[in-house]
Unconditional design. Structure first.
Lengths: 324, 303
């Protein structure tokens, strides 16, 4: 296990180095770094000083060293627009994104699990067929368009929910959270449902096939033969056994949920990391782009590492394959 | 009586894998429906200049006074705007038909290039094995471990807007799906006797790869390709909606939807609504075909 662990961690480290090089080359070599890293408003004197300070007169490999050295010290440059350290700017926006991602994962289980159970228990009923057709639609619908339609119906036409923003926030653990206030919660509902749409379809399909497989298991047959009520068999024997794979898969989807929140945040003007990166790309606030990419790469490498380690802990075949 | 006369020549015809595939595909009404709808959409896109009531790129034909007309309203030039107009006075129906053109070109084009690149690398990985295989597959793993939208976002942040850049970004994020699929089936196929026979005949490697190995890996590739076209179209629309995709001068469906965003808050729903419906119909029709193709081409489901 230790060998596997070490090998996997060193692999992650290699990926991180490779990705940092790609980002570095993307910013420093493809474009003109002076133009990218120094505000266009700067005059000649300021430019010269900045070129010196950023080490842009050094050879490329030395520049990469400086870039890494600074990144390791948490310095990924300053935003042109906000005139704040880029890293700090992004970390400030992180709670909003995490709140949205966890909210949508919660909703996807809350809605997807019961629907999937129903579709699995009565596969031939018209209701189940509608649920399954709906799940195909959930995979096909463009997320951003559904978000717009949600705003149109619930915010513009019906006026039930606010269309954009985060609403009131309350402090918890020193960070601002929307879900702690009624107003903030009403702002959170629509974006969270929008982001959850794809996951709901996924959970429905997983649960349905899980239920159909579990129903054929001997322990379910035995529970029935024992004379337990159908409700007890369903909610205790079947439910417990499908819950683990479903929750695992939803957990593994955390990374892609955070990635796709870029779209939802833009639609609902939710002030998270995703909206920040889109705004930064549109105004060419490059230090923020670099910082965002480095953070997201680090985040994904960590998530993938944890997922792989969890898998190897759960499934010994993975470890054996690693040894071979 | 008439049944017999029709059935007799059909039975006499030789049963080829292609004919069997066609008849199995035609057995599902939903899949045929998807095919019909997609064909209509493709024809609309191809013959856009002859079908659309207006050329949405020709500024001379646009009248700002016709801006934001409701669906069914008659514009100043006498055209009935069945789906309304946008803020520039552009007929939405024409805009959607021309937008379909760009969405389909980008989606299908990038899927084909990605398929070419991915399938070649997948074949090479399976056939060469060893170090080549592990290098290519590590790249595939790396690519697939990042969500497509993030990878595309990263690439476009460096390259900037433009149709070609979107195609490049889509190819880079999609080739890995094809490579993995082809490698999987090629690994099984290359152990078959016919490959051994071809190697004994000392045929050139490229000939074995593309004439012997590739045709036998086609079924799963077709399934993945179909689904990936739908995904490419959706991703392009998303990127364009975010303002990172196609330029404003050549609006795809995603950009049309983005243009309607600010007007929707004042209740002018049609600018965003109808392009979205067109996008939805396109994606659903492709997905329905893909779903059924998977059943038809999956040998495990064959009796």
């Amino acid at each position: 296990m230790t060998v596997y662990l070490l090998r996997r961690i060193s692999q992650s480290f290699l990926v991180l180095v490779a990705m940092s090089m790609i980002v570095f080359i993307g910013v420093y070599a493809v474009g003109d770094p002076v133009e990218i890293l120094i505000s266009p408003d700067a005059d000649q004197m300021e430019r010269e000083r900045a070129i010196q300070a950023l080490g842009l007169d050094l050879p490329l490999w030395e520049q990469y060293g400086v870039f890494v050295w600074r990144a390791l010290h948490g310095d990924l440059g300053r935003s042109f627009v906000y005139n704040e350290p880029a890293l700090q700017l992004i970390l400030q926006k992180m709670p909003a994104t995490l709140e949205l991602a966890f909210g949508s994962m919660f909703i996807s289980v809350l809605i997807g699990l019961p629907l999937g159970m129903y579709a699995g228990l009565r596969p031939e009923s018209p209701g189940s067929k509608m649920i399954m057709a709906g799940s195909i639609l959930g995979f096909s619908l463009p997320t951003f368009w559904v978000g717009l339609m949600l705003i149109m119906v619930f915010a513009v036409q019906l006026g039930w929910l606010p269309s954009t923003g985060r609403g009131e926030t309350a402090y918890f653990l020193g960070l601002q959270w929307s879900f702690l206030t009624a107003n903030g919660l009403s702002h959170l509902i629509m974006p969270a449902i929008n982001l959850a749409l794809f996951k709901i379809s996924l959970v429905i399909r997983l649960t349905r096939s899980g239920v159909r497989e579990t129903m054929l298991m001997d322990y379910v047959k035995f529970a029935r033969a024992k004379g337990l009520s159908p409700a007890r068999v369903t909610f205790v024997h079947v439910f417990k056994n499908i819950l683990i794979p479903v929750v695992t898969v939803v957990g593994l989807e955390l990374g892609s949920t955070i990635a796709f929140s870029v779209v939802t945040e833009s639609v609902f003007a939710w002030p998270g990391m995703g909206k920040l990166i889109i705004d930064s790309i549109n105004v060419l606030d490059r230090p923020v782009i670099v910082a965002y990419l480095m953070i997201i790469v680090l985040m994904f490498i960590t998530i993938n590492l944890i997922v792989d380690l969890l898998y190897s802990a759960l499934d010994p075949r993975v470890r054996l394959e690693g040894k071979a | 009586m008439s049944d017999v006369t029709i059935a007799a020549p059909a039975a006499a015809r030789e049963e080829t894998p292609f004919r069997r595939f066609v008849s199995e595909f035609m057995a599902s009404k939903i899949a045929v429906g998807g095919l019909v709808v997609f064909t209509i959409i493709a024809l609309l896109a191809i013959f856009a200049p002859w079908i659309a009531p207006q050329n949405p790129y020709d500024l001379a034909q646009l009248d700002i006074m016709d801006g934001r007309l409701e669906p069914g309203a008659v514009g100043g030039s006498g055209i009935v705007h069945w789906l309304g107009t946008d803020d520039q006075g552009r007929d939405m129906l024409s805009g959607i038909i021309y937008g379909l053109r760009i969405s389909l070109t980008v989606g299908v084009g990038s899927a084909l290039i990605a398929c070419l690149v991915g399938a070649s690398l997948g074949l090479l990985a399976a056939y060469a094995g060893g170090r080549t295989d592990s290098v290519i597959m590590r790249l595939v793993d790396l690519q697939l471990s990042f969500p497509t939208i993030l990878a595309a976002l990263m690439i476009l942040a460096f390259l900037g807007k433009g149709i070609m850049n979107v195609v490049i970004a889509l190819v880079i994020v999609e080739w890995a799906y094809y490579a993995r699929t082809v490698r999987g089936s090629a690994l099984v196929e290359r152990r078959r006797e016919y490959i051994e026979a071809a190697q004994c005949l000392a045929l050139p490697t490229s000939r074995i790869l593309f004439r012997h190995l590739l045709p036998n890996c086609l079924p799963p590739l077709i399934v993945v390709g179909t689904i990936q076209i739908a995904r490419a179209i959706a991703l392009e629309a998303t990127l364009s909606f975010l303002g990172l995709g196609v330029p404003i001068t050549e609006p795809s469906l995603g950009l049309l939807i983005a243009n309607g965003y600010e007007y929707m808050l004042s209740g002018k729903y049609w600018i965003s609504f109808y392009p979205g419906i067109a996008l939805l119909i396109t994606i659903v029709s492709i997905n329905l075909m893909g779903d059924h193709l998977r059943d038809v081409l999956n040998p495990r489901l064959k009796k």
